[in-house]
Ligand binder design. Structure first.
Ligand SMILES: Cc1cc2nc3c(=O)[nH]c(=O)nc-3n(C[C@H](O)[C@H](O)[C@H](O)COP(=O)(O)OP(=O)(O)OC[C@H]3O[C@@H](n4cnc5c(N)ncnc54)[C@H](O)[C@@H]3O)c2cc1C
Length: 485
């Protein structure tokens, strides 16, 4: 049993839970985050498009619209404070017919009402001027839409929250919750005692709400698959290219999105599933390629180096009755001091900082909050070798020779960057955790070259045995023994 009661326990270390943790750390509150996985950002927050939507898709007057637009304004400021990559590259939603043009005008009007800025309808000539490889008659040009690395954003929020006193308990799956004036939250390892309970459990937020005594919600998982292209020296597109959103409302349609690292994502599909499986299927991958090639034929030139998928936590009536449902961000009507954050599908990444603000307001409306005078808004900048000039590289290597040794050839990641990634404040040493923090293994060879080198470093510098090295979750051991000495 934990001796000291918490002011707030957050269940879930995705982008929403970590944003809430960081926001609450601005006040004198004892906050703990419980996460069932081995790292933060292992749930929905790692498998998405990484788009900071401007906020024109979501219906006016909804929480989705409010938090999306507010979040899109907050993220650039956060990127500067927390040192995660953010690029305002802009987006084109394209169409080739008059029906589509009507839809584009409707989206623009909705966006203007929602408070989006920089929306403009443009025609063929203007499109070919800014995106020569895109063939379309009309487009809604959203200059303010940006991209981030979704996991680096989540990691940055978590590291800053940790720096400001929030405690993280990874490998802590919540299995039981009961209330006796205050909450008792039991994980597989410990029991926590807290005044407030913040349910940020993503796909499982309906189940956590149920465990806490509020049975009002049911999440329907809807998988979205992606293809990732290799980088190309000559950029095929500079902006995000989207179709008119399909009428079923399950997704925004298969789009083409540059990543902050220079790859291009094609996807996602939308498939309601019965489990939470992250499989990729040939049927969907082939269909998505076809759709993307119609919008930008030159994409065919690029190789696909990887596929992945993410799952949307759909809060709809039933799988077949897919009417619009807003985000739920509120104190439960039946369980006081349980703050439910449920149905956070897209644009949840863009909305996360604004969701955290709402959570803080719910608590702040019920009790006096005292500022944490020691709050430090900043995360240190870590050297990114590839982005430096030759002179800067030489200087860095002179100061620290580890930056003169390349570990990951495809992404040009040095030993210095790898050691920074391994020595992360959350002390994560899984292969995926290291990969997300420094990109080693994310290139064309997908770790074929660097993985043995990373393992050697983990063994030598940290005394970790091969058999202990995990890909990501528990029991995902990469090795079971040696085939030769
Ligand atoms: C295909 C796809 C594309 C998307 N594209 C975009 C986009 O471009 N832009 C955008 O803004 N949004 C996008 N989104 C939405 C965005 O990714 C999500 O809204 C956001 O990541 C949700 O974050 P979260 O913290 O609520 O959930 P998660 O990241 O899933 O975090 C919840 C955490 O709770 C943990 N947890 C669950 N149960 C328990 C338990 N019992 N005990 C302890 N821990 C538990 C999980 O392990 C998980 O880590 C997309 C989503 C998908 C699926």
């Amino acid at each position: 049993m934990c001796k000291n009661p918490y002011d707030a326990i957050i269940i879930g270390a995705g982008v929403v839970g970590c944003a809430c943790g960081r926001e609450l750390s601005k006040y004198k509150l004892k906050v703990g985050v419980l996460e069932k996985n081995t790292d933060v950002s292992e749930g929905i927050s790692k498998g998405n498009s990484g788009v900071v939507h401007a906020g024109f898709y979501v219906p006016y007057g909804t929480l989705k619209a409010k938090t999306n637009v507010e979040g899109s304004f907050l993220i650039p400021k956060l990127a500067a404070e927390l040192n995660f990559p953010y690029k305002k590259i802009g987006k084109l939603v394209i169409s080739n017919d008059k029906y589509g043009l009507k839809e584009l005008k409707r989206l623009k009007e909705n966006g203007d009402k929602n408070g989006c800025i920089g929306l403009e309808i443009i025609t063929e000539k203007q499109i070919s001027h800014i995106e020569p490889k895109v063939k379309a008659k009309y487009a809604l040009f959203s200059k303010e839409t940006g991209i981030i690395s979704p996991y680096l954003f989540t990691i940055a929020l978590a590291e800053n929250a940790l720096k400001n006193g929030v405690e993280f308990f990874l490998n802590h799956e919540v299995i039981k919750i009961w209330k006796d004036k205050e909450f008792f939250v039991q994980t597989k390892k410990n029991t926590f005692h807290s005044r407030w309970l913040i349910n940020a459990a993503g796909l499982f937020s309906d189940k956590i709400s149920c465990l806490a005594g509020d049975k009002s919600y049911k999440i329907f998982p809807c998988r979205g698959e992606y293809l990732v292209t290799d980088k190309d020296n000559e950029k095929i597109i500079n902006r995000m290219i989207y179709p008119i959103p399909p009428k079923d409302g399950a997704s925004l349609g298969v789009h083409i999105t540059p990543t902050t690292d220079g790859n291009i994502l094609i996807g996602p599909s939308a498939e309601f599933i019965d489990d939470y499986g992250l499989e990729n299927t040939k049927q969907f991958l082939d269909g998505m390629k076809e759709n993307a090639f119609k919008m930008v034929p030159e994409l065919k030139r690029l190789s696909i180096i990887r596929t992945y998928s993410g799952i949307r936590p759909k809060l709809i009536r039933t799988k077949t009755k897919r009417d619009f449902r807003d985000f739920v961000i509120e104190e439960s009507k039946t369980v006081p001091k349980l703050i439910n954050i449920i149905g956070i599908e897209s644009p949840g990444l863009a909305a996360a900082p604004a969701i955290a603000n709402l959570v803080l307001n719910i608590i702040g409306n019920k009790e006096n909050l005292n500022k944490n005078e020691q709050f430090d808004a900043y995360n240190p900048e870590k050297p990114n070798f590839q982005s430096l000039s030759v002179e800067e590289k030489k200087e860095l290597i002179k100061k620290n020779p580890d930056f003169g040794e390349i570990i990951c050839r495809c992404e040009t990641i040095t030993k210095g960057e790898l050691l920074n990634a391994i020595n992360n404040p959350l002390e994560i040493k899984t292969m995926d955790g290291i990969k997300r923090r420094c990109r080693a293994g994310m290139g064309r060879c997908q770790g074929g070259f660097c993985m043995p080198r990373i393992i050697k470093i983990l063994r030598k510098e940290y005394g970790i045995k091969e058999k202990e090295i995990l890909k990501n979750e528990n029991n995902s051991n990469l090795f079971f023994g040696k085939i030769k000495e």
